[in-house]
Design a protein around this ligand. Structure first.
Ligand SMILES: NC(=O)C1=CN([C@@H]2O[C@H](COP(=O)(O)OP(=O)(O)OC[C@H]3O[C@@H](n4cnc5c(N)ncnc54)[C@H](OP(=O)(O)O)[C@@H]3O)[C@@H](O)[C@H]2O)C=CC1
Ligand SMILES: O=C(O)[C@@H]1CCC=N1
Length: 267
């Protein structure tokens, strides 16, 4: 079973490295990459064969499309004449619908839409997958197995994918933003940057582990930190006064709307 990855940027390389860590043979992988320096870099780093997009489409059983949504139309136009029914196309692009892809490919090519995230680089990814109209269970299982090599996988109806993109696709960036903000605050309070970074990082990792391992609702865990009349209550009151909860809602709605706009081909 040969898998080709077309578009080996941040997310394409993340998928490539995850498949190798999960034990896929490098001989069963191909990369479609047009930039020569990048092709050399990937071959040196992973030993993977880099080919043209057309050759990737010709030879692979499964073609993973990991180009920017804005490049999707051109790539589909290029590879469509080389795809045939029985092959599986897995798209990792934000916003792009399975019907957008299907309408540009030969009838009968199976399409699965995936929304991954970058923690996949450390095998803690969260991917949501949705079936297109020519998919059977075996196609979904193949997409699931691709993504399971880098973390967890959830099946969702495609109508939820813009919301998923806004939550788990972009989500790591919101958390990194919180981490940056807390480190800066520590520095403002006079802590050395290294101390502030270590305190914040372990607090984030520990809190994530507490959430996962106890299965408790975050509100319960937050209440346990919040001693009556104490420091946390003072801090959370400021977060509420600054409407941080509302800001998260607006931010996530903006990401959802941008995902929808990408689907409509808007820049
Ligand atoms: N980054 C993330 O956290 C996530 C990204 N995604 C999705 O993954 C996709 C890629 O995003 P990301 O990795 O961040 O972006 P990058 O810009 O890092 O990667 C895109 C890659 O596609 C390559 N490319 C562009 N046109 C072609 C082409 N015609 N043939 C072959 N390769 C091509 C680019 O090459 P070059 O640089 O030479 O132009 C680049 O390497 C997007 O659709 C995005 O929505 C989904 C979830 C999370
Ligand atoms: O920012 C983006 O458009 C991509 C999709 C989800 C995360 N990164």
């Amino acid at each position: 079973m040969t898998v080709a990855i077309i578009g080996a940027g941040v997310m394409g390389e993340t998928l490539l490295s995850g498949l190798l860590r999960a034990g896929r043979r490098v001989d069963d992988l191909l990369v479609g990459e047009k930039r020569r320096e990048r092709a050399i870099e990937l071959t040196e780093r992973y030993g993977v064969t880099v080919v043209s997009n057309v050759e990737a489409a010709d030879k692979a059983d499964t073609v993973a499309l990991v180009v920017k949504p804005q490049d999707m139309h051109d790539v589909l136009t290029e590879i469509a004449p080389h795809l045939r029914p029985g092959q599986l196309v897995v798209s990792l692009a934000a916003g792009i619908t399975t019907s957008f892809i299907e309408s540009r490919l030969p009838e009968g090519v199976a399409v699965v839409r995936v929304m991954p995230n970058t923690p996949a680089l450390v095998d803690e990814g969260m991917a949501a997958i949705s079936r297109g109209s020519h998919c059977d269970e075996s196609h979904l299982q193949e997409a699931e197995s691709l993504m399971a090599s880098t973390g967890r996988v959830l099946r969702v109806p495609e109508r939820q994918q813009d919301a998923v993109t806004a939550i788990s696709g972009s989500g790591p960036a919101y958390l990194f933003f919180v981490v940056e903000s807390m480190i800066e605050a520590g520095v403002h309070l006079g802590l050395p940057r290294g101390t502030a970074s270590e305190l914040v990082l372990q607090t984030v990792v520990g809190s994530a582990k507490l959430l996962r391992e106890t299965g408790e609702h975050p509100t319960v865990l937050r209440e346990r930190v919040t001693s009556p009349g104490g420091t946390t209550a003072a801090a959370v009151r400021e977060l509420e006064d600054h409407k941080v909860r509302a800001a998260f809602l607006s931010a996530i709605e903006a990401a959802r709307d941008r995902s929808r706009a990408l689907a409509e081909g808007l820049d």
